[in-house]
Design a protein around this ligand. Sequence first.
Ligand code: NAD
Length: 437
Amino acid sequence: MVIAVIGSGYVGLVSGTCFADFGHEVICVDKAKDKIEKLRNGQIPIYEPGLEELVDSNVKAGRLSFTTELTDAVRKADVIFIAVGTPSRRGDGHADLSYVYAAAEEIAASLDGFTVIVTKSTVPVGTGDEVERIIREINPNADFEVVSNPEFLREGAAISDFKRPDRIVVGVSGDRAKSVMTEVYRPLYLNQSPLVFVSRRTSELIKYAGNAFLAMKITFINELADLSEAVGADVQDVARGIGLDNRIGSKFLNAGPGYGGSCFPKDTLALVKTAQDHASPVRLIETTCSINDQRKRSMSKKVISAVGGDVRGKKIAVLGLTFKPNTDDMRDSPALSIIQALQDKGAEISAYDPEGMKAAVELVDNVTFGNSAYDVAKDAHALVIVTEWNAFRALDFSRLKEDMAVPVLVDLRNIYGKDEVAKHGFSYMCVGRPDQE
Ligand code: NAD
């Protein structure tokens, strides 16, 4: 089976590479010439553990190639995955579908023989209908079906998520497309990953419903963290106490600085907008969005109080910039809001992230970047852990204390305990564990 993947970013590149690893012939297409150039030279434009080796072996096996030429790839393909970005539209928060529709227009003219066109991008309900309309209008004789197949992989664990998914959701109406999609996912299907066939609109909604639910779960435990601080309870014990109930589950119950990343913020907002458009508001999600927005910025108050109530002129060292570990993705990272809020109060920020600094340079001003946690901690009045990279889990506090102006640790991911840092003379603040502060 020949597969073309339009858009070779976090989702397109991982999906395309994994499809090649399943044995399909895959052509990854991207408009960004530099990205394709790098890929052709064996360089991976994003940081994703294990991806470089998988790309390399599939290129060598002749199953995976990269191009900027959409036309040839589309002509050859039995299945075309659209995996372009769907960011928030500036101004109103709806999903910006211009990249999806532009891809559909480009695809339309070059279709040759029966082709299944799959929206892998996260798209609002009804987008598949519009993609179908666009293609039909441009190429009335084309033989095609439009399918929805949302992606659930997580950056940082993308390959294992793609190869061992909890489920594969396919929104499809025709039998021809259904059998093609079964063939595409055959190796996973044989491994007993459930293939869930639903209508196209249902499939589109499942993706948003899933992300909204997870965002709501995170926000729930974050609010309970604040309440724990107010009443003298420990949110981590609360999370464990409820998470062991199978109906609730223990995942996504880690209190922290608020969710970020390339999906939850934009997808929750897009769902809110879709629901409002259909006069069927999702008020829980509306509230989730506003709580989370406020939370990210309000984390700066913890830092300010940890340094005695005033950060003006003080150096604050930020450890971790990406929205989570094991990715270089900075989109909507809580670090951005926290840094801005601290700068607004006059703090001088130094920062280190193992993979995110290249992207961060473009997104923050007046931040001094360093080469390690120790480098940025020099003369700092507080060290703030924003992202729980492994590199920050076993810090040498004796060394840090010697270099810092004041030994203060603000741990927004609760990766330490008060006792282990207090014995090195540090004062410690965390999230939702008052007796630790
Ligand atoms: P991305 O920005 O990393 O990649 C998108 C790529 O598409 C870019 O490289 C861009 O140059 C390319 N592109 C845009 N228009 C094109 C065109 N007409 N022809 C060829 N290439 C084109 O985005 P991403 O993070 O991979 O996300 C893609 C989609 O997948 C989004 O809808 C996102 O919501 C969804 N998604 C993302 C994740 C994730 O963890 N990143 C997880 C699940 C779903």
